[in-house]
Design a binder for this molecule. Sequence first.
Ligand code: ZN
Length: 273
Amino acid sequence: MDVGGFTVTHPFARVYHIRDVLGVYMTLLVGMERALLFDTGYGLFDVQSQMRAITPLPLTVVCSHHHHDHLLGARWFSEVFLPEGEIAGADRYVGGYQRQSVLTRAREGGIRLTPQERESYLAFPMPPLKPLGAQVFELGGLRVRVWPMPGHTRDSVGLWVEEERLLLTGDNFNPVVWLFLEDSATVEEYVSTMQNALYLPFAHVLCPHAGQPVKRRAVEDYTDGLRPEVFREAQPVDIPPYSRVATRACSPAEGYTFVFDNARADSGIRTQG
Ligand SMILES: [Zn+2]
C-alpha cells in the first residue's frame, strides 16, 4: 500500500495517518460515500496516487494552514480548501525559495529525484485555493466539522471528526509547538484555543509532526501546563533559520515543548531588556 515514499498507518477504522518522505504527516478520513484529506505534505511525490491506493471515493482536500510543509502537496490536486484568512499569505510559503529549500533537504536526506522531478517541483503552478469557512463535510456516516484554532497561525483550523471522537489539530498540538512566526497568534489566544478544544468530547488527537494518536489525557495535561508561571520559566533557544527571533522554550507537560517570542507574549510573561 505504500507508494512513492509514503508510509501509511491506520490507527482507527476510518482514519489513515500518512507520513510523507520528509517526515510530515497528513490524515485521510474515509466515510461510506466520500473521503477527505487533511494537509498534503511537502508534495515531492504524488499524493493523489497514494490516496487512490487507499480509497476510490470522491476526495475533498483541506489544508490546516498555509505553511509549505502542509500546502505544497496541493500540487497533486485540482483544487484545495484553505482557511479563508490564510489564502492571502499563502504565496510566501509556496514560492521558489521554499521549494528550493525542500529540494536541498531532500538531497541531504538521500532522497532520489530525477532532474525532471526536480524541475517540475520548482515550476508547478498552485491549484486554486478555495476559501474554507466554519463548515461541515458529510462523508457518509462520518461528519467532519471545521474547528477554528487560532494559534500557530492566526487562521489555522483543526477538524473535529465526530463519530471517531478524534480531533485533528494541525500545527497547534505537536511534540514541539511553534508560536513565534510572523503569522502566529498571541500566547493568550493560543491558550484559549487549546482550552476551547477541550470542550469537544474527543478521545484522541492526531497531529502533523507525530505518528501515533495522542490520548485526551495528554492534551489535558499539556493545556493545563500552558500557564504564566510555566511561560516565565522559558529559556532562550536558537531555532535556525529563525535565529534572528528571540525565541524561548518551555515544557507545559513532559515530552512537549512550547516555543514563543516576546512579540507574541503579554507583559506578564515577556522578558525584560
Ligand atoms: Zn506550520
